[in-house]
Design a protein around this ligand. Sequence first.
Ligand SMILES: [Zn+2]
Ligand SMILES: [Zn+2]
Length: 280
Amino acid sequence: MRVTLWGTRGSLPSPGADMAGYGGNTSCVAVRGREGTVIVLDAGTGIRGMAATIDASVRRVDVLLTHLHMDHIQGLGFFAPLYRSDVEVNIWGPASIQLSLRARLMRYLSPPLFPVSLRELPCTVKLHEVPRGVVDIGEFRVESELVCHPGPTVGYRITDGSGKVLTYLPDHEPALGARPFPSLPREWTSGGMLAEGSDLLIHDSQYTAHEYTDHVGWGHSSLRHVLDFGTLTDTRHLVPFHHDPDHSDFELDRLMAEAIDDAKPDYQVTPGREGMTFDL
Ligand SMILES: [Zn+2]
Ligand SMILES: [Zn+2]
């Protein structure tokens, strides 16, 4: 599979010359298979640029939403395949106790927040509520599981035909239920089994260790937590992302280098930058 980062920023789009290295668009990752399957992870503002790479011959696209916080759906209305009558867009995401996925999405995709209503779109929209165990999407096997973050939130584990595994956990605070972290086996740690043995793990790294102490329970991880989570789950390659909008390129370069030097992980770490591509 080929994995491309289209949005690496957390919480809020962060344009600006001092942010351009890591990127200012919010969460969006494209996964493409050898047989042409197109999966889009989250619909942050990065999805607009991703959509421009979808070929006219594509008839099905699957958008997997981890949750419905604004930074993960803000680009959805600007996803070009929604306006093509020859495309089936499958949107996967969590319902809440009170509302279906459709009702939750329509809160954004309807006036006054957005001029076009979900039911007016010319494409064929199919909605699927998660988590729902193991699902096959084209050539990929997709697993979803609820993880520790405010409101219903899932992570995704995607396996291709050759057994390569990508795990996507953009908003995740595994340390909340296991303090000090890590203090529990992976089976008892949020996201632990989902990420087990990943060839590529794309994971929340919003805060520094110092910033985390003022944000316990906000649903995000410190850089140190992510590096320890990678060790706990036997990850082969970690991509920290969902960068805080207050962290400039200069600061991120320093914070990443310090955290990696401190934790000394025995696996590969590549700080996530918009435009990066990984071939598994
Ligand atoms: Zn987020
Ligand atoms: Zn969130």
